[in-house]
Design a protein around this ligand. Structure first.
Ligand SMILES: Cc1cc2nc3c(=O)[nH]c(=O)nc-3n(C[C@H](O)[C@H](O)[C@H](O)COP(=O)(O)OP(=O)(O)OC[C@H]3O[C@@H](n4cnc5c(N)ncnc54)[C@H](O)[C@@H]3O)c2cc1C
Length: 435
């Protein structure tokens, strides 16, 4: 019997794999997608915020059918100390627009929907099947994949590795090195259920409006990490994560203990009061930024999403980058397919050019020094400054008979006492990493 050779095999059905498989199948390519989970989304963990633009590029009318929770009208960024927080809130009625820009989603539902679009576009999807290795021809060109199912494997002109951050296929095949603990965070997340009207009154929202809180500070016990709280329709997603290297070096508790403390924090506990926790999940997040991006193409293979370490160090947007890189890889393959060109490393190099021309690499490069800066300055940024900011806010806002000039001096003195000339150095380092 003649073996089937697909135009492309996609390993994984997260946002990156679904985007790649959808784009190729929609263009008429013969695509096989392989997912180890029972369905797309069953193994996936995310906050989760969906960025419309990346999905709109592929499915412009996605809002008509996709399972979306709330569109975001308010963003809060909090610097927390042990007793409170100081922060920035941005809210605008402008976000109540016809085509909102960001939504909260529940990944298990959303991925399942997205994967249905992949199948409807004509791709074949195998679930509960794990890719265990790559098949190569005598010259080393990747020609397909082996799986944990019986048989000789599946063949294709190109394999798209969309297997997520801990991509063992790529690692075991020597396409990229093992993850460094400095380049990856371990995050935990819970879903807390509350009646819709309780969420709406607690967060001052109505209808489909939603609020996002991103937080950092003493909640991670001086370790490099962040926390989040997102409003869904009838639930709140809450999570926290720290670099794996910090968790083992500092050893101030597991992410689960950090999450417990975050939930009990005076700024948070009232928001969750009376809720019922129904889901708990843990997952890795790529944090190494631009310098941690591995080789992205080779003879017969191409790498997208978290497997390519695409998470920008400041704004994150992992799923946004996953969808965009999945689409750009697919477009590269479609062009080669239309020209009848083989998917060699050289030919697939056009993917790198597409990435460089897009916001993906521009943003990854812009923040390329942030991870190293955090490695060196971690506890100052995560602990010292949040304490200073909250102390300064209290000094400023308490009305206690002292004049404002005295208060200003007190704030400057406190900062000088803690950091001295280091203040200037920190400002320069931050500006350099951010430029
Ligand atoms: C707690 C948390 C919160 C987050 N919040 C946000 C957020 O709010 N917004 C945002 O944009 N990003 C967020 N992210 C990041 C985002 O989840 C990822 O960037 C995104 O999921 C990456 O998509 P992906 O398709 O590359 O990988 P994944 O979503 O990890 O998908 C990989 C898929 O491949 C499958 N797979 C793996 N190995 C194999 C194999 N050998 N064979 C077959 N299948 C395989 C897996 O089962 C999985 O379905 C968050 C991440 C975490 C952990």
């Amino acid at each position: 019997m003649n073996k089937i050779v697909f135009d492309a095999i996609v390993v994984g059905a997260g946002p990156a794999g679904n985007s790649a498989a959808y784009t190729m199948a929609n263009a008429g390519l013969n695509v096989l997608q392989i997912e180890r989970g029972e369905y797309s989304g069953s193994k996936n963990v995310q906050g989760a915020i969906l960025y419309s633009d990346a999905l709109e590029q592929m499915i412009p009318d996605f809002r008509e059918e996709a399972p979306l929770e709330r569109h975001i009208v308010e963003q809060r960024i909090w610097m927390m100390d042990d007793r409170g927080h100081t922060g920035m809130h941005h809210r605008s009625d402008d976000y109540n627009e016809d085509l909102p820009n960001r939504y909260t989603i529940i990944r298990a539902q959303f991925d399942k929907w997205f994967n249905r679009q992949v199948r409807d576009a004509g791709a074949t999807v195998l679930y509960e099947t794990t890719v265990t290795g790559l098949l190569r021809d005598p010259r080393g060109q990747v020609i397909g994949v082996q799986t944990d199912r019986e048989g000789e494997g599946y063949y294709a002109n190109v394999v798209v590795l969309a297997e997520g951050v801990n991509g063992l296929v790529g690692q075991r095949s020597g396409l990229r090195s093992e993850l460094r603990p400095e380049d990856v965070a371990l995050a935990v997340k819970e879903m807390h259920f509350l009646p819709q009207e309780t969420i709406e009154s607690r967060f001052n929202i109505t209808g489909d409006e939603g609020v996002v809180i991103e937080a950092m500070g003493t909640i991670t016990e001086g370790m490099i990490g962040t926390a989040f709280l997102y409003t869904n329709r009838e639930s709140i997603s809450i999570g926290i994560g720290c670099l794996v290297s910090e968790l083992s070096r500092v050893g101030k508790g597991s992410p689960y203990q950090l999450l417990d403390r975050f939930k009990a924090h005076p700024s948070i506990r009232g928001l969750l009061e009376g809720s019922e926790m129904k889901e708990y999940a843990a997952h890795l997040i790529p944090e190494g930024g631009y310098r941690a991006i591995p080789e992205l193409v080779g003879d017969g293979w191409i790498c997208v999403g978290d497997a390519g370490h695409f998470v920008n160090a400041v704004h994150r947007e992992g799923s946004n980058l996953a969808m965009t890189t999945g689409r750009l890889a697919a477009e590269t393959i479609i062009t080669l397919n239309q020209r009848g060109q083989a998917c060699t490393k050289k030919a697939l190099g056009a993917y790198r050019q597409r990435l460089d021309d897009s916001f993906v690499m521009k943003d990854m490069k812009k923040y390329k020094d942030v991870p190293r800066m955090l490695e060196k300055q971690g506890s100052t940024i995560m602990d010292t400054y949040p304490r200073l900011m909250n102390g300064a806010a209290q000094t400023w806002f308490r009305v206690d008979g002292r004049d404002k000039k005295t208060k200003e001096n007190e704030i400057v003195k406190a900062a000088w006492h803690v950091r001295g000339l280091g203040l200037l150095g920190d400002a320069v380092k931050l500006a350099r990493a951010w430029r």
